[in-house]
Write a protein that binds this ligand. Structure first.
Ligand SMILES: [Ca+2]
Ligand SMILES: [Ca+2]
Ligand SMILES: [Ca+2]
Ligand SMILES: [Ca+2]
Length: 269
């Protein structure tokens, strides 16, 4: 399933296909089936030819960086350092992987690496549906058959953290702000009931117009709606601040909003 598909054997085969025999001259060790014949090859997965902190195997098969040049995009930062800190080693200008979509398939580079899809191939499984389209609709972008994958939003009130998962693989995790003690967030198993791009929150002592990216997950008996939504009026993340909703930093919430679907499970615990 999913990321497991980029297992060792597949990776080794990709190395053969992409790197060519000349580059592989320095490898020793494992074996791989390629075509009708079994080809014996030795692969040192930790080999880092340009000493940039990113193994050749990952440079070739995952990040599409140059395994012989420590700074592929020439921005002064080594490929390994950029990847470790969430920055794109391909685009310079301090662009983060979540903000870059190299192959323009509507799935950012960070999510492609997590999903195991090819960040330079817009249709990794060759079924004519873009990787991003498949993930948005909860289909496996690595299987040409219409195989569904699960989505889940999980909020831990104790740690004030929201995490969301695709096929049980973590997509993002970050601090949020839940309900204050007098207006607690509901606890339980819910699901996304509605997606509202812009909403006006108001009541005694507060007024927040034009609030973006709202995911309704619960209506109380009195009709009060509870949302996971962006918040622009504070940045006290990791601490309860709200009237019961789950406040999320804006740029995080925009990605979560477009990722979530009607019916996506929301677990508050
Ligand atoms: Ca390297
Ligand atoms: Ca660089
Ligand atoms: Ca992409
Ligand atoms: Ca596809």
């Amino acid at each position: 399933m999913f990321a497991e598909k980029t297992g060792k054997i597949i990776l080794v085969c990709l190395v053969i296909a992409l790197a060519g025999a000349g580059f592989l001259a320095g490898y020793r060790g494992a074996s791989c089936l390629w075509g009708p014949k079994a080809v014996a090859l030795a692969v040192d997965e930790s080999l880092d030819t340009d000493a940039d902190g990113l193994a050749d195997l990952l440079e070739i098969t995952v990040h599409h960086t140059d395994p012989t040049r420590p700074d592929t995009d020439g921005d002064g930062y080594a490929d390994g350092l950029e990847v470790a800190n969430g920055y794109s080693p391909l685009h310079g200008e301090s662009r983060r992987m979540v903000d870059v979509d190299t192959d323009r398939d509507y799935l950012n580079d960070d999510w492609e690496v997590k999903a195991g899809t090819d960040l330079t191939d817009p249709d990794s499984d060759g079924d004519l549906y873009l990787d991003g389209t498949e993930v948005a609709a909860a289909y496996d972008p690595l299987d040409p058959n219409p195989v569904r994958v699960s989505k889940r939003i999980d909020v831990d009130l104790k740690t004030q953290t929201l995490s969301y998962y695709l096929d049980e693989k973590l997509v993002e995790s970050f601090p949020i702000s839940s309900g204050l003690p007098g207006t607690p967030s509901p606890v339980g198993n819910f699901s996304v009931l509605d997606k509202v791009p812009v909403k006006h929150y108001g009541g005694p002592g507060f007024d927040f117009p034009n609030t973006k990216w709202n995911l309704l997950f619960h209506r109380s008996g009195s009709g009060t709606g509870y949302y996971v939504h962006g918040a622009y009026w504070h940045d006290n993340w990791g601490h309860p601040m709200s009237h019961g909703c789950i406040n999320v930093p804006y740029e995080r919430m925009e990605r979560l909003y477009w990722w979530a679907q009607h019916g996506t499970p929301v677990v508050i615990r």
